[in-house]
Write a protein that binds this ligand. Structure first.
Ligand code: NAD
Length: 339
């Protein structure tokens, strides 16, 4: 298939590009590079040996999207483009609703105009809000505790309405748990512009000396060691989940599907720090800090639906997640020294 990846230069998009190229799909990246850089495209091409044209554009620009879809004969879209920092969304909700919700509206409008009706959307476990039971399955009630989460919920609801109005759509909503790790080559990984919001790139930067210490937000949760528990999923497993979803959408006789992508296993922040130190023989200085508003104590997936319907299951464990993150951090430092 010819597939447009919005946000394809970002963390999840770049790894998914490698996975989809390996299956012979033809890809085009549509990204405004607000949280990524064009070099990533070259690195994806070098890993995959396939070309990955980049259209620098904003998803709020419907004309730009229509042009890109027509120029490249696009048949399906995987939609990663979005802003994802919870704290930032609380401080500047307008920017989040505009970028994520208005952007997705422009995207689905452009897709409909171009008769492209296959869409995989990057949603998040954040739509489950405060867990009422664990593990979280796809039937768990949804709610939002911050504007970022609300953008994901609004988009999910919008996509459900679109699917209900026109059953020719094939929409897959993927609710990611916590993607971590990097490609084994060390050439691509999670490398946000500015201070990372996610745990693993923060740990890597502390271990590599780019940041002084890790703040662990909350040590008094009702969890085995008091720190928050999350379901970390290796980025290569997550990337494979997109390929599986696209394959399933082509066969499924329903316009909308929702799948969790997680491992089903929870680890605490201190488990992650200890594993990173052990696997990579490094130190990660940390400080216990007060809880962050909106964070939940524990969150982990039931991956059963993805297993049954996508034949997808995460296969990589914590050691591979920590080792690949550190490989990426060191390779990044080497590239910057040479540059
Ligand atoms: N990483 C996570 O922990 C996580 C968890 C759950 C869901 N998600 C969702 O997955 C998607 C991808 O996340 P990621 O971690 O790869 O983030 P990322 O920031 O690395 O990638 C997002 C990409 O989208 C681009 N982008 C943003 N707004 C755009 C716009 N208006 N037009 C064009 N391009 C735009 C950015 O430049 C970036 O390259 C996001 O929608 C995010 O909300 C991420």
């Amino acid at each position: 298939m010819k597939i447009l990846l919005t946000g394809g230069a970002g963390y999840i998009g770049s790894h998914t590009a490698v996975a989809l190229a390996a299956l012979g799909h033809e890809l085009v990246c549509f990204d405004n590079l607000s949280n990524s850089s064009a070099d990533v495209i070259e690195r994806v091409e070098s890993i995959s040996g396939a070309s990955f044209p980049l259209v620098v554009g904003d998803i709020r620009d419907g004309d730009g999207l229509r042009q890109a879809m027509t120029d490249h004969g696009v048949e399906a879209v995987v939609h990663f483009a979005g802003l994802k920092a919870v704290g930032e969304s609380v401080a500047d909700p307008v920017r989040y609703y505009d970028n994520n919700v208005v952007g997705t509206l422009a995207l689905v409008g452009a897709m409909a105009d171009c008769a492209v009706k296959t869409l995989v959307f990057s949603s998040s476990a954040t739509v489950y809000g405060q867990p009422q039971y664990l593990p979280l399955d796809e039937n768990h009630p949804t709610s939002a505790t911050n504007p970022y989460g609300r953008t994901k919920l609004m988009i999910e609801e919008m996509l459900a309405d679109i699917a209900a109005a026109d059953p020719a759509w094939r929409i897959g909503i993927l609710r990611y748990f916590n993607p971590v790790g990097a490609h084994d080559s060390g050439m691509i990984g999670e490398d946000p512009n500015g201070i990372p919001n996610n745990l693993m790139p923060y740990i890597s930067r502390v271990a590599g000396g780019r940041l002084p210490e890790l703040s662990v937000f909350g040590a008094d949760y009702d969890t085995p060691d008091g720190t928050g528990v999350r379901d970390y999923v290796h980025i290569l497993d997550l990337a494979a989940g997109h390929a599986a979803a696209l394959g399933a959408l082509a066969k499924l006789d329903r316009p909308l599907s929702i799948w969790n992508l997680g491992t089903g296993q929870g680890y605490s922040v201190l488990d992650m720090v200890a594993a990173f130190e052990r696997v990579n023989a490094v130190k990660v200085p940390y400080r216990l800090s007060p809880r962050r508003a909106g964070d939940v104590a524990s969150c982990f997936a039931s991956p059963d639906k993805a297993k049954a319907e996508l034949a997808w299951e995460a296969s990589r464990g914590l050691d591979a997640m920590c080792a690949s993150s550190w490989t990426f951090e060191r390779a990044r430092a080497m590239r910057n020294t040479k540059a």
